[in-house]
Write a protein that binds this ligand. Sequence first.
Ligand code: ARG
Length: 362
Amino acid sequence: MKEKICKCIANTLGNLSEYEVMKLIEIPPEDKMGDFALPCFSFSKVLRKNPTIIAKELKGAMQEVQGELGIEKLEAVNGYLNIFMNRTKYIQYWIDKMKEPEFGIVKNGSGKTICMDYSSPNIAKNFHVGHLRTTVIGNSLYRIYEKLGYKVVRINYLGDWGTQFGKLIVAYKKWSDEATVKEKGIEELLRIYVKFNTESEKNPELVDEARQWFVKMEQNNEEAIEIWKWFKEISLLEFTRVYELLGVSFDSYDGESFYRDKVPSLVEELKNKGLLKESQGANIIDLSDYDMPPCLITKSDGGSIYHSRDIAAILYRKENYGFDKCLYVTGVEQSLHFKQVFKAIDVMGYDWADTLIHVPMA
Ligand code: ARG
């Protein structure tokens, strides 16, 4: 707008460029003197006219076009041309601009991929406020990155593997039945899960039983896997209901169970790289050089754990999505977990380990 005004003034005066006018334009010290002011003193020699007259003539000459230039009022005062902008028009101009979908966007992410791991609730457990937090923060980050032109892969890394399923299977067999679970769904699963926890305090053998059922799951026992799948479906139904309420969706629901069978090749790789150490029957990566507790890879029974499944997931994501960055939105309690996991990738010799980013929520 200022440029256009300067151009108009330059044309009216003749023999001047808009830039020369631009250099002279001032912002008056007081509002009542306008938004801009042009001192006309320097023109008087060339034009052989009194600055007061020059200001008046400019005002007269510009009156016809001032509306188009967004000017509300012009005043010629003591050799100055005071310019009052039409603020309503000016503000409206910016409001309209801001409504344009691409307003203020720098497409610095084009051609780049970001994996985002967020929400990631645990199947057969409660979707608690912490999960709500990662869901909405993760979704906001997704929308920002997408606007910046990144390709974002939204990953819901479901906690769908672990001893909680052993507990649930025991509880189901003891205190529930097919018909009730079918009728009540998640509500019934939560009821028996809570019951298991109170009962097992009095009766610790229940925990052993649960562990045995989980071992069966790990060994792909048909009955165990069938119940697990069924319970997972029921939980997912509930989670999807919440996501629909929030208007959130995902590109992948590959959770912990998806990476179980990818841990053996990770173990191989670690062995070949001389990074795997045995410790009390379990396999670990020693991270003492980095002031961190060891990163557990397999339990003494050979089963995978949270850490190793996460490492396997990183390698899988790198290979399949070719990410430039991979973000994890979780509670701050998991900071050490991610430090260990990212360090493991680093000591394995992957020079992109620093593209793994934990976004902790305090
Ligand atoms: N399921 C976990 C929890 O509820 C969060 C998983 C975060 N993502 C990951 N890749 N470890 O606490």
